[in-house]
Write a protein that binds this ligand. Sequence first.
Ligand SMILES: [Fe+2]
Ligand SMILES: [Fe+2]
Length: 423
Amino acid sequence: MKKVPLINVVDVICHSFRHLDPRLINHGERVAYILMKMLDDTKRYTNQEKQDIFMLGLLHDIGAYKEKELDSILSFDLNDSMEHSVFGYLLFKTFSPLPEYADIILYHHHCNAQYYPVPISNYHRDIAKLIYLADRIDIFCVLNNAKDLDSFLSKCCGTIFLPSDIRWFQETEKKHRLLEKIDSLKYQEELRTYTRNHFSLTESQIHNYLMTFIFSVDFRNEYTALHTNYAVQLSEHISDTLRLDVNSRSIIQLAALLHNIGKISLPSRLSCAKDYDQYLTDLYRNSTLNVTREILEEAIDPQIIHIIDDSFLLLECWSNNTPVTFKPAPATEIVALSYLMSNTLTQELNVSRFYHPKLLSFLRQKYQTCKMDNSILLTLERHFDKIIEKTQNSCSSIYNIYQQMMDEEHSLNMILLHYNNKY
Ligand SMILES: [Fe+2]
Ligand SMILES: [Fe+2]
């Protein structure tokens, strides 16, 4: 019997997009849908390629979670720098299961560009053009009357878009009435059926898509860059120490990864430690937790939502020093402990060992005041230095990747700026 995966990663991503800028709600999934229908009848691509192009369509604007970029996505000005293509390219290249396709993200607005130091094959350029066509069709219909689409497409025919791609879209539209289905939201059911019945992703591909998505949110600024990662690493090292089985570890890893996914609805502009403190406060507001629930509902195994809910209750008791009136499952306790520690530690990458006894006595006091069974804490205490050390090592390597990405982003954006000023 086929094992039911714990998570539908496409659903998590689609649901998260609904909490972005209202003008762009569902943009990624509509672009993926247009591509899915166009690709449906063609033999030009294999089924695997069709699935990969669908994911590229869904995630083509993944680098756009910075407010400035959300404005530029809606622009039809060809001189706009479209920096989100650069950030999205770097995210895709570094974390996604399709690094070889990252160049398509880089070229998805300026498809014919020759100025990037990243070579692109004609095969990939054609996919970039196809994605850009689906992208512009969607943005055009958001901003204008869909009746005027044909005249818009004929204006761009042969210059921006390939005439054969435009014909391909128009034939698909005639046959399947995509725009009507987009308008009535009926397309969402087709999308769900497609991903449920025709999609096959391995556990590691799911994990990598999820990491790409979560880092696209956390990497918006350096204060939050390690926020999720620190907690995920801690929860993995604690699970390791407790010798939990593989299934429990996968559940804990997903709960730790998705614990705060509602943060996508929070503003990303943090410029000092005080802003980060405010961000942490906002993360634990009910409104953010509700967004997390809305995103995860029907997209992941209900036991993971249950663990996330209970871990929030536990964190609340710890924060208010009130007794815990339920018996938390070990998974819940590990996730909550990881976040409690991560919120204290993420600002300091190299917490000195002198700080460990202080943190431990803080945890002991929380367990005592909240009248909790301390068996997990006792194991944690015995291996504390090792767990923190391992966590810090894995986090500093992610932090180095973050810094390298920011450097590369800066130099690619300089090329863009130079090009835009010159031509
Ligand atoms: Fe874009
Ligand atoms: Fe787009």
